[in-house]
Write a protein that binds this ligand. Structure first.
Ligand code: MUC
Ligand code: MG
Length: 367
């Protein structure tokens, strides 16, 4: 089970419906497919989504760092040497999605080699998660219509509403319109991607106090240390740290510093190995966890549901597993489907993902 080769293949698939939020927007999924080959003939896969506005990575940068630094560091190791892989990749700062894709492709290859699913390897708690859909910036009527379409077509009844615009009334009007349209039939929470100040966030949350929100996420920057603590102290819902708490050390700092009371785990940025550490830390600290989405394609979403299903804590809340529905196409031979508001893990070995060679030929950008 020795690693013989690591491929980093850039590909681009346009979005049918671009996602817009306070820190950026995504029109084309310009991701990197990572394939880890082992000497037993097995190939593991995962994808890295560059998010320059969150982590500073680019598609070309991910390919370069894998080809020049990470591939040579893991070739020759066994698929079982995951701790050594983690330690070697950690010598390079940053590059979270590049490191995570390698980590997850190794777990996939290991699962395939042992003929067990990644979910079972990790913890095996359940085989499915309820789905929360992310609604990007638009007019209130368009966002209500989009939520209605998601409920009718896929049975989704939990929505994360992107906020953080100025004036804040652009966003509070959307949340109010959603609550008025759906009544108690849906769960709602908001994510500001650091768009507001602490004072703007406090005012907006007061204005939405009657709307029964589940959570608030990253409404203002964690770097505004005192402002953020001041905000979090006065809220009566859990405040989720997302981009401010990528590593277990970040989580510890943000939670113990009073800048957050819950966390988002995203396999796209912590892989399976580091997400496990974050999960165990969250359990120890008694935190709410939401499985987040890095605007992943189908392969990335499969990684999220594989991890989220593995543990009781991560499968308790609906996971953000449906951004791929906004893409015009994908790479898997068998597309993922959200049915009755749930996404299930793939039966079989590893992640159970097969890449369609024709689609990869069509969308890859390195030829
Ligand atoms: C999210 O939860 O914030 C948008 C920016 C990012 O880093 O992730 C997405 C979704
Ligand atoms: Mg977020």
């Amino acid at each position: 089970m020795k690693i013989t080769r690591v491929e980093a293949i850039p590909f681009a698939i346009p979005y049918r419906k671009p996602l817009k939020f306070a820190s950026g927007e995504v029109h084309v999924a310009e991701h990197v497919l990572v394939r880890v080959h082992a000497d037993n003939g097995v190939v593991g896969v995962a994808e890295a989504p560059p998010r320059p506005f969150t982590y500073g990575e680019t598609q070309a940068g991910i390919v370069a760092v894998i080809d020049s630094l990470f591939a040579p560091q893991v070739i020759g190791l066994s698929l079982l040497d995951r701790e050594t892989v983690h330690t070697r990749l950690a010598r390079t700062v940053g590059n979270p999605t590049a490191k995570s894709a390698i980590d997850m492709a190794i777990w996939d290859a290991l699962g395939r080699s042992l003929d067990v699913s990644v979910t079972e390897l990790l913890g095996g708690y359940t085989d499915r998660m309820r789905v929360s859909h992310m609604l990007g910036f638009d007019e209130p009527s368009a966002m209500v219509a989009e939520a209605e379409r998601m409920r009718e077509t896929h049975g989704i009844t939990t929505f994360k509403v992107k906020v953080g615009r100025r004036p804040a009334s652009l966003d509070t009007a959307v949340v109010r319109a959603l609550r008025e349209h759906f009544g108690d039939a849906v769960d709602l929470y908001v994510d500001g991607n650091r768009g507001w100040t602490a004072a703007e966030s406090a005012r907006a949350m007061r204005e939405m106090a009657d709307l029964g929100l589940l959570f608030a996420e990253e409404l203002c920057p964690a770097d505004d240390v005192l402002g953020r603590r001041w905000l979090v102290r006065q809220l009566d819902v859990p405040f989720i740290a997302d981009e401010s708490a990528v590593t277990p050390a970040d989580v510890t700092r943000e939670i113990l510093g009073g800048s957050a009371t819950a966390i988002s785990i995203k396999t796209a940025r912590t892989g399976f190995t580091r997400s496990q550490r974050t999960h165990h830390l969250a359990e120890g600290l008694g935190l709410e966890v939401v499985m987040g989405n890095q605007i992943d394609g189908q392969l990335g979403s499969l990684c999220t549901v594989a991890f989220g299903s593995a543990y009781e804590l991560t499968s308790r809340r609906p996971g953000e597993l449906s951004n791929f529905l906004d893409m015009s196409d994908d790479l898997l031979t068998e597309p993922l489907r959200v049915v009755d508001g749930e996404l299930t893990v793939r039966p079989g070995a590893g992640l159970g993902a097969e890449i369609d060679p024709g689609k990869l030929r069509h969308y890859r950008q390195d030829h």
